[in-house]
Write a protein that binds this ligand. Structure first.
Ligand code: HPA
Ligand code: ZN
Length: 344
């Protein structure tokens, strides 16, 4: 269904947070190729058209193969700063007031980079975004679950001295065969470092992984989590506990988790009272930044009231201080007054 320009503008200006975004997943092919030149790195592709032709994914793993390959172009502090600032520029344009952003240090460390260089670059980009747009951003240290658990412990060793610069810990990469319970000690240690807790679960993996993330890792938020619909009791529990689900419609479409955006179970979960949010995951790979994810849902028939509820959920489910949440709620109320006719 086509939507009006006014609806699409309303969804772009809708005050929202983004809670599921991998900074490495914002690496656009043009920027990746520019970085190969700037850093003297080679990639096995024949220019932009050849690279672009690889952006068709059969499943999560086929995406991850390209994602990790392209990450090798990131070499310097400036690379990470530029990547962050480019994302925050998109996010600001899309009405994002606050972004909680995953990064995958284990992959960069395996590429020979120092953890502190990566963190310095990302923090520099965040400072540039704050100065230019007033946008608020914080980092989620993401554990690559298909690397050995000892590698995650080494990551925490590197991260510990500057743990106060991190917001949370996350768990990403190939899901099936790497259940959350493997990371019990890692999460216990991260909690001891004062980090919030989130984990990807129930993207391709079973709803049992969502249960484990809650019961064994004690996460406050579930990333993706769409497979929760296989377990009605768990849906009820997550609704009652106010656990946020960071759903990513275009990601689930492009990774063949669903065959149509309309089949991402958002309406069903909202009706059950689950705190569903909408996010872009890896926008350079999946065909759109966050506002495009909202408009795709509108095109699939999700009413504007539901999309406004989702933006409200994104404010409630974020890890910002209460006064920042209150300011975002007030902005959302002003938006609702401005677009009252669309919400009727
Ligand atoms: N799932 C798992 N790992 C990832 C993702 C994702 O959506 N994006 C980047 N790494
Ligand atoms: Zn993700």
């Amino acid at each position: 269904m086509a939507i009006s320009t006014r609806i699409s503008q309303a969804l772009q200006s809708l005050p929202k947070t983004e809670l599921h975004l991998h900074i490495e997943g914002t690496l656009e092919p043009e920027l990746a190729l520019r970085m190969t030149e700037r850093n003297g790195v080679t990639l096995p592709f024949n220019g932009l058209d050849d690279l672009r032709s690889r952006y068709y994914f059969a499943d999560l793993q086929s995406f991850l193969d390209l994602y990790y390959q392209l990450m090798s172009v990131l070499r310097t502090r400036e690379d990470f700063s530029d990547l962050m600032f480019a994302y925050l520029t998109h996010a600001h344009k899309d009405g994002v007031r606050r972004a909680e952003i995953f990064f995958d240090p284990q992959v960069h460390m395996n590429n020979g980079l120092d953890y502190n260089l990566v963190l310095d670059g990302l923090q520099d980009g965040i400072a540039r975004g704050r100065d230019a747009y007033g946008i608020d951003a914080a980092l989620i240290l993401s554990v690559v679950r298909d690397l050995p658990v000892e590698s995650a412990q080494t990551l925490l060793d590197a991260a510990a001295p500057r743990a106060n610069e991190l917001l949370a810990i996350g768990l990403d990469s190939a899901e099936v065969g790497y259940p959350p319970e493997l990371f019990e000690q890692v999460y216990e240690r991260a909690a001891g470092m004062g980090l919030h807790l989130a984990a990807h679960a129930g993207e391709e993996g079973p709803s049992e992984y969502i249960r484990q993330a809650l019961d064994v890792l004690h996460v406050e938020r579930i990333d993706h989590g769409v497979r929760i619909v296989d377990d009605p009791a768990l849906v009820e529990r997550v609704a009652a506990e106010g656990i946020g689900l960071t759903v990513c419609p275009l990601s689930s479409l492009r990774l063949q988790v669903v065959d149509d955006v309309a089949n991402v179970p958002i309406r069903q979960l909202l009706d059950a009272g689950v705190r569903v949010t909408v996010n872009s995951d890896d926008p350079a790979y999946f065909g759109g930044y966050i506002a495009r994810n909202y408009t795709a849902l509108a095109e699939a028939g999700l009413p504007m009231e539901a999309l406004a509820t989702i933006a409200g959920n994104s404010i409630e489910a974020c890890f910002a201080p209460e006064e920042d949440k209150a300011a975002m709620r007030a902005e959302l109320d002003r938006w609702k007054a401005e677009y009252a006719d669309l919400l009727a």
